[in-house]
Design a protein. Structure first.
Length: 120
């Protein structure tokens, strides 16, 4: 993934490229830290937009607020690089970020409370 593609994005190969180009069903990407998940998801979102999928029809999840912010920034960079600045306005009007996590109390493993925390 170290080569650069035509839009300045890392050039993906193998299963990463297959994930970006996958169509016909939802896709879950699971990999270890530093494996390139954020890049794959960002390029997939841009690829879907390039294929004419409405921004409102795309949902991308990640685990932390920090990762969500990085994903958003990378999608913006990739959209501008591949689809141009005009596409950014449409995208930015559609982006919504919803953080959701389950907070487990120290005794949750023993059957105590799990608190659902949501921020929109």
């Amino acid at each position: 993934m170290s080569e650069r593609g035509g839009s300045g994005s890392p050039k993906l190969t193998g299963s990463a490229l297959e994930a970006v180009r996958h169509r016909g069903s939802h896709l879950q990407i699971i990999a270890s830290a530093g494996a390139g998940k954020t890049e794959v998801v960002s390029q997939r979102v841009v690829d879907l937009l390039a294929d004419g999928v409405a921004p409102e029809a795309i949902v991308a999840f990640t685990f932390t607020a920090r990762a969500a912010e990085e994903l958003k920034n990378r999608i913006v960079q990739r959209v501008e690089g591949r689809l141009g600045k005009a596409a950014l306005g449409r995208l930015e009007r559609s982006v919504r970020r919803h953080d959701s996590c389950l907070l487990l109390s120290p005794t949750a493993a023993a059957g105590a409370s799990i608190r659902d925390v949501r921020r929109t």
